[in-house]
Design a protein around this ligand. Structure first.
Ligand SMILES: [Zn+2]
Length: 162
């Protein structure tokens, strides 16, 4: 049981590497989702600009997990592989998984924003996200949010990507 679980995680890590080519952090002007006046966006920009040039480490993922709504489509695509690897590798990634799942299971009023945030992802990358959510769905760690995980999987199946 333990072994097959490990295998699943290793498979997913490999899929993340294959689906997401290495990318530099987007330019400062391309990082954010909202126009001027969003305080969280300004904070995200400050933090990311200060982290520019270094690898997206665990501290950055821990900072960004509550700020996913403020990332532009290209910034979301940039951070996603590091984020997914963090969730797959860290035993203490519960909150980070929750926030990603909530981000991907929007209520009606946020669906358009979410489609836009996912618009830089190609079909293989969306598929990778669905496989990640399937892993969450089959894992007892996330049993509390299984409804949201299923909602996110359904939502991602409605995303049009090439
Ligand atoms: Zn914002």
């Amino acid at each position: 049981m333990q072994l097959s679980k490990m295998t699943k995680e290793i498979e997913l890590l490999k899929e993340v590497d294959e689906a997401f080519p290495c990318m530099e952090m987007p330019e400062s002007a391309e990082l954010l989702f909202h126009q001027d006046q969003c305080r969280s966006c300004a904070e995200v920009r400050r933090y990311l600009d200060a982290s520019r040039g270094v690898k997206a480490d665990d501290a950055l993922i821990r900072f960004i997990h509550q700020q996913l709504y403020h990332l532009s489509p290209v910034a979301f695509r940039w951070i996603l592989p590091s984020y997914l690897k963090f969730c797959l590798s860290s035993v203490s990634s519960q909150e980070e998984v929750y926030f990603l799942v909530y981000n991907l299971s929007p209520d009606q009023e946020f669906q358009e924003d979410t489609y836009r945030r996912l618009s830089a992802l190609n079909a293989a990358q969306i598929r990778c996200l669905i496989h990640f959510l399937n892993w969450c769905s089959g894992n007892e760690c996330w049993v509390e949010i299984r409804g949201d995980v299923d909602k996110a999987i359904k939502f991602l199946h409605t995303v049009k990507a090439e």
